[in-house]
Write a protein that binds this ligand. Structure first.
Ligand code: LLP
Length: 403
């Protein structure tokens, strides 16, 4: 168990930089990375941080400094990774539905590309033949993930090339002599059951004999982290053990040693992040007591978009008697951040901390209602460092034509 960032540090951050504010704890990211390395130490496994979870350049720099590679989902994420001085050999590009020019640009930038359609594979073959290695993303027909919006491997999913189209994949590889080095699947996010990954391994090991040049099996991201107190995440130790057994067996039977890649996003940064918010207004109606805060769905969309639970603590009145509150944002839609939460008495002006905000928090923020995106702070080596200033009204208008 890794402890939460101590309340006095979060209070100090809010004091120095104001709210709403995202705060990230560097040591927690390091701990998560080390936990992964340890759990999979029985096999040759590499990790690529799925930067879409949190792309702040300082976070990318920090992840790189830990020795972790990165997975990007757009050409701009690649450019951010390069800006963060990450070497192109440590960058993977797993996109979907993009224009082929983005793939060409990624190749020019020297990163490793996964293609996710027959159309892109054919274009890749025509353009690059066997001159540039490539990965293929398959759709494994596995239903997994915390909710349908984040399930990506099932039979109705837009992602990857359906495994049923294997013959067509092989025909393209043979016509254009495409140098396929990795097979990839990503079945979803928040996959609690280690068995889902095991199913994916069985599927890929079952077809890899068709791909003599493949040296890597990429199982994507999706490890679940606990959001509720006392909830369990993916048992990565169980998975590490199962994975080593399956790949050792495969090696013994075929003489072929395959490296494994994972692309964890949430697992690395989710629990490292806190969204700090101040209570503006208390309001009671016949049924509920609302605590209205200075953030909303514009800054953390997960509760509204996925019905996600984020634990909320009252940092400035922790020992007070407990009451039930519905914590709501300040946006002109129902943006409930926490419904019916029993927590210490909330007063106007109290500082609340919304936990598990490191992944897909700031990253999915918008300027809806013309509210400004919050600042981001990294707590590292005992100091609070501003890593993104708060947006200003000028930022909101700078891409518009002046009147
Ligand atoms: N690899 C690929 C190809 C992906 O599409 C994703 C996530 C990941 C890795 C990382 O998955 P993770 O380890 O973070 O679960 N916004 C949603 C999650 C969307 C995930 C999209 N793809 C949320 O807030 O729950």
């Amino acid at each position: 168990m890794f402890p939460h960032l101590a309340p006095p540090i979060l209070i100090e951050a809010a004091h120095q930089f104001g709210t709403p504010l995202y705060v990230y704890h560097a040591d927690r990211i390091r701990f998560q990375y080390q936990s992964l390395k340890q759990a999979f130490s029985n096999w040759d496994v590499r990790f690529f941080y799925a930067v879409k979870a949190l792309t702040n350049l300082q976070i990318l720099r920090y992840v790189d400094s830990l020795g972790c590679a990165v997975d990007c989902s757009s050409i701009n994420e690649i450019k951010l990774a390069l800006k963060a001085k990450i070497a192109c050999e440590k960058i993977l590009y797993t996109s979907n539905g993009i224009n082929f020019t983005e793939i060409e640009e990624a190749v020019t930038l020297g990163v490793y590309v996964n293609v996710d359609s027959l159309s892109a594979l054919e274009k890749f073959g025509k353009r690059f033949g066997d001159s540039y290695p490539v990965g293929i993303r398959l759709r494994p027909n596995i239903m997994a993930g915390g909710n349908l919006k984040i399930s990506t491997g099932h039979a109705a999913s837009k992602f990857g090339i359906p495994v049923e189209q294997l013959d067509q994949v092989l025909a393209l590889i043979s016509s254009y002599k495409i140098n396929v080095q990795t097979l990839h699947i990503h079945t979803g996010s928040e996959i609690k059951d280690a068995e889902v990954f095991v199913q994916g391994i069985h599927l890929l090991l079952g077809i890899v004999a068709n791909f003599p040049d493949v040296c890597v099996i990429n199982l994507g991201g999706g490890f679940k982290v606990p959001y509720y107190p006392n909830e369990k995440g993916t048992d990565i130790h169980e998975l590490g053990h199962a994975l080593a057994t399956l790949f050792t067996d495969y090696q013994q039977k075929t003489g072929r040693q395959l490296q494994v890649w994972f692309e964890p996003g949430k697992y690395l940064v989710c629990e490292a992040g806190y969204l700090l918010t101040t209570v503006n207004v208390l309001k009671e109606n016949e049924m509920l007591t609302f605590a209205g805060v200075d953030t909303g769905l514009n800054q953390l969309i997960r509760p509204m978009f996925y019905d996600a639970y984020h634990h909320i603590e009252n940092l400035t009145n922790p020992l007070a008697p407990v009451h039930t509150y519905t914590i709501v944002g300040n946006i002109c839609e129902t943006d409930t951040l926490g419904a019916n939460r029993s927590m210490p008495t909330i007063r106007e002006g109290d500082l609340l901390s919304i936990q598990n905000a490191g992944a897909y928090g700031f990253e999915m923020a918008s300027s809806y209602n013309a509210r400004l995106r919050p600042a981001e702070v990294l707590y590292k080596d005992g100091t609070l460092q501003l890593i993104r200033r708060r947006e200003t009204l000028e930022d909101l208008v700078q891409t518009q034509e002046s009147l």
